[in-house]
Design a protein around this ligand. Sequence first.
Ligand code: NAD
Ligand code: UPG
Length: 479
Amino acid sequence: MEIKNICCIGAGYVGGPTMAVIAQKCPDINVTVVDINEKRISAWNHENVNNIPIYEPGLSDIVAEARGRNLFFSTDVDGAIDKAEMIFISVNTPTKTYGIGKGMAADLKWIELCARQIACIAKDDKIIIEKSTLPVRTAAALKDILYNTGNGVKYQILSNPEFLAEGTAVQDLLNPDRVLIGGDIDTEEGLEAVKALCNVYARWVPEKRILTTNVWSSELSKLTANAFLAQRVSSINAMSELCEKTGADVNEVAKALGMDSRIGSKFLKSSVGFGGSCFQKDILNLVYIAKSFGLDEVADYWEQVIIMNDHQKRRFADNIIKTLFNTVSGKKIAVLGWSFKKDTNDTRESAAIYVADHLLNEEAEIVVYDPKVEKDQVYSDLDYLNTRSKEANRKNLKVSNDPYDACKDAHAIAILTEWEEFVEYDWEKIYENMLKPAFVFDGRNLLDVKEMLRIGFVLKSIGKPQPIKVMADNTALAS
Ligand SMILES: NC(=O)c1ccc[n+]([C@@H]2O[C@H](COP(=O)([O-])OP(=O)(O)OC[C@H]3O[C@@H](n4cnc5c(N)ncnc54)[C@H](O)[C@@H]3O)[C@@H](O)[C@H]2O)c1
Ligand SMILES: O=c1ccn([C@@H]2O[C@H](COP(=O)(O)OP(=O)(O)O[C@H]3O[C@H](CO)[C@@H](O)[C@H](O)[C@H]3O)[C@@H](O)[C@H]2O)c(=O)[nH]1
């Protein structure tokens, strides 16, 4: 089957970069990314390609190359559905905030709307691709909706979960560990659809890295991969607390573990807690699915990953309060970093939001600096929690576009994102302009411990003996 037109519904963090790379690698295929959010689409079409709505290293170059040639961003959802032989659904699937499954299940409202719209518009056969992360067996529900119009159009539903990580999206898309395609491989039509999608990826992904499975394995593999990754972070974070009590150093422990080839060294970086739009949402979804099958032990096992992560964020904030002589009321605290990880402007579920909220409850005066996150986004993240009035959020938390200003006269600095520029700052200057003792809480173990101590800071790192002091021979030791 020859594919000439691809439509992607959802121009977000996945739809945008994924389709830009497909368009770049397949110049003979027209790729149209559609969204109901007009503001987002007009940002994707902004004449200055540096103003596209998503910051990802390398993305603007790819968009500049393909946009207007065979990559299009549009709000004409119906038109793009009608024209395409292959439709990717890449809409949001957040945790439900109402009704049955509230706080755990994935909200499939937007997925269902897409299916209904496709069913209403399609006049010829289509391949529908689940790009969004979905609960296992969602393809069955999609099929039900699509076939219920009875207009004779035939659909093949494939699962093709996305494994890109934000901040490295372009590299992950250009050079993926694997591309997973689940389809109805027991039928001829199903196999043909799987092959058509394989052919798209095969333009740049080696064939041995394109894995085909049945639909259910593919859907479940995505949730499982995120659960395993998040579990590693929670596991090392659990050990970080024990390290702080025992004099062990979590970085040394992680290195020792990581050198065991059965364990591997990736994803063992202790932190203030994982954030991002996926880990928590997908694990909660997994827990909900397990519970709905009566698998309580399975559900409880995975839920611990979230419980540990909440604990890590909370204990980081509590440690600031405790160290600042048990009160932060009226004290200026500079927060460096608001995005959930470096090299992205995405703040969804960022640990910074929860740490700031906790400190605001204790009447701290916070000043936030992040190199890529806009002021309005910081306020909208806090307002979303509904902990206090919008006015109170704006009164007690300010957003600065200068890190030195943010840190001036502060009692403490909290580093919450691992932006590399933080390492390059003139820390002597920052120290001079802070109140003393000058506390730094390094939630990413980013800063050079010995150098910070030499300057005079009291440094609190994650998973290191606390508090750290410099000894006469210039070694850093626990007191
Ligand atoms: N963000 C990531 O790194 C990542 C990685 C892998 C998988 N995923 C999964 O991919 C999916 C999308 O995630 P995202 O981060 O791109 O979300 P997003 O919120 O950035 O983008 C989703 C877009 O879909 C649009 N949309 C919703 N309903 C629509 C409809 N009916 N018609 C047209 N447009 C519609 C929204 O307006 C929004 O712009 C989710 O299921 C997520 O779990 C995300
Ligand atoms: O050793 C580590 C690794 C990560 N993190 C934190 O974990 C979170 C998630 O990081 P990462 O996984 O790199 O970014 P995401 O963009 O959330 O990507 C995850 O979620 C995506 C959405 O499903 C998947 O596609 C990716 O494969 C999966 O890595 C971030 O807050 C990181 O700071 C740590 O604290 N320590």
